[in-house]
Design a protein around this ligand. Structure first.
Ligand code: PLP
Ligand code: 3DJ
Length: 385
């Protein structure tokens, strides 16, 4: 971590794991440089999407062979929804919630605009999802942890409700993978998707993942029928035939450099138990909430106070939240801002401890008490964070 920086934004972009530059340099010289196109076979690039998929799968409770990496999360959402709709041709409703990340909703809008049957995308308040699931719903698509508030859905209860109603369940685990324990197989959800540039530290643009419940993987119909999801890509047949199991959710050429970065980053999780990560995360978050509550009571907690209902982030509402976050970043506490008024802080025990939390609270208190945010340069909205 850069000297003096307290990084509370690993829920948006994880930091670079120690050793990544060396690992990449080695790969560039020994694999791409020396092996050239032979690297697809001899360096194992072709098998990397499922090999890394298994590493990610372990953290989300997915059995080996049920997760594949590739593309962006937006694309994986599209694939999951398209396949799910084909499983329920008699129904026309896709249910999501108003807390979902916009791209998930946008991808559904785009997908259904290309389909002849009139589909409806309906969003309800997060707390109203379970009651909104009935026999008219084809697909329930939710992000488990709300990107703004950190509010967590009850994955098992909602999946069970969807199952009862005959709807297909898709979970977006963008804010769950590497953040909280997930038992996707135990939930019996049909699909899950997620990204790897947040808690898994795969780097900006790291490939996304998709999980398909193993008993379905050989029967789902991929909408993005790319050649690397074909049963025999190197037969170069004129017609598409889906590959075996999860392989059919591959599309085109995998981003090998990003995949190699991610594969290296995943080594940090070897032997790590998500229950330990969760316990450490909750302890850090509780310390933070109590500290901020004592020192800066004007920041209103936007996250559930009960840690059992919160992912691995803590958010506060403040009307000048954008400027306050810019000022904080200026003072080397990096969180981010989400419109309209949310200051968001992510907790990642792999590289944060109680001392970081106390120092962050002290700097937040200074920024707020001394109104260090009240400067024109902090008020121009032109930033990602
Ligand atoms: C829940 C969720 N879905 C999707 C995305 C983004 O998708 P993509 O990786 O395609 O930009 C994010 C974050 O950017 C997210 O938080
Ligand atoms: N994926 C991002 C990007 O390409 C640029 C900036 C931010 C992101 C994010 O991941 C945002 C994140 N999903 C969020 O929860 O707000």
């Amino acid at each position: 971590m850069p000297e003096g920086v307290i990084y509370l934004d690993g829920n948006s972009l994880g930091p670079m794991p120690v050793g990544v530059p060396g690992a990449l340099e080695e790969m560039l010289h020994k694999e791409w440089g020396a092996q050239l196109i032979r690297g697809w076979n001899t360096a194992g690039w072709m098998a990397q999407p499922t090999r890394v998929g298994d590493m990610v799968g372990r953290l989300i409770g997915a059995p080996a062979g049920s997760v594949v990496m590739g593309d962006t999360l937006s694309v994986k959402v599209y694939q999951a929804v398209a396949a799910a709709l084909k499983m329920r041709p008699d129904r026309g409703l896709i249910l999501s919630d108003t807390g979902n990340f916009p791209t998930d909703l946008y991808m559904v809008e785009g997908l259904i605009s290309t389909l002849d049957r009139g589909y409806e995308l309906r969003t309800v308040e997060p707390g109203a999802v379970a009651d909104a699931i009935d026999e008219t719903v084809a697909v329930v698509m939710l992000t488990e942890v709300d990107y703004r508030t950190g509010r967590m859905h009850d994955m098992n209860a909602i999946t069970a409700r969807a199952r009862e109603a005959g709807a297909v369940m898709i979970w977006d685990l963008a804010h769950s993978a590497g953040a909280i324990p997930v038992d996707i197989a135990g939930s019996e959800a049909e699909f899950a998707v997620g990204c790897t540039y947040k808690y898994l530290n795969g780097g900006p643009g790291a490939p996304a993942f998709i999980y398909v419940r193993p008993d379905l993987a050989d029967s789902i119909e991929p909408a993005l029928s790319g050649w690397l999801g074909h049963r025999d890509p190197f037969e170069f047949k004129l017609n598409y035939q889906p590959g075996a199991g999860i392989e059919r959710m591959r599309v085109g050429t995998p981003p090998v450099l990003q995949m190699t970065t991610l594969e290296f980053a995943m080594k940090a999780w070897d032997g790590v138990d998500m229950a330990d990560v969760r316990a450490a995360s909750v302890a850090l978050q509780e310390r933070f909430i109590e500290g901020v509550g004592r020192a800066v009571p004007q920041l209103a907690l936007a996250s559930p106070r009960d840690s059992a209902q919160r992912g691995s982030q803590v958010s506060f509402r403040f009307e000048n939240g954008y400027a306050a976050m810019q000022a904080l970043i200026h003072h080397d506490v990096i969180g981010d801002f989400r419109a309209p008024d949310i200051m968001r802080f992510g907790f990642t025990p792999l590289y944060l401890d109680a001392g970081d939390v106390d120092e962050a609270v002290a700097r937040i208190a200074r920024v707020m008490h001394d109104r260090l945010w009240d400067r024109p340069e902090f008020k121009t909205r032109n930033r990602v964070t």
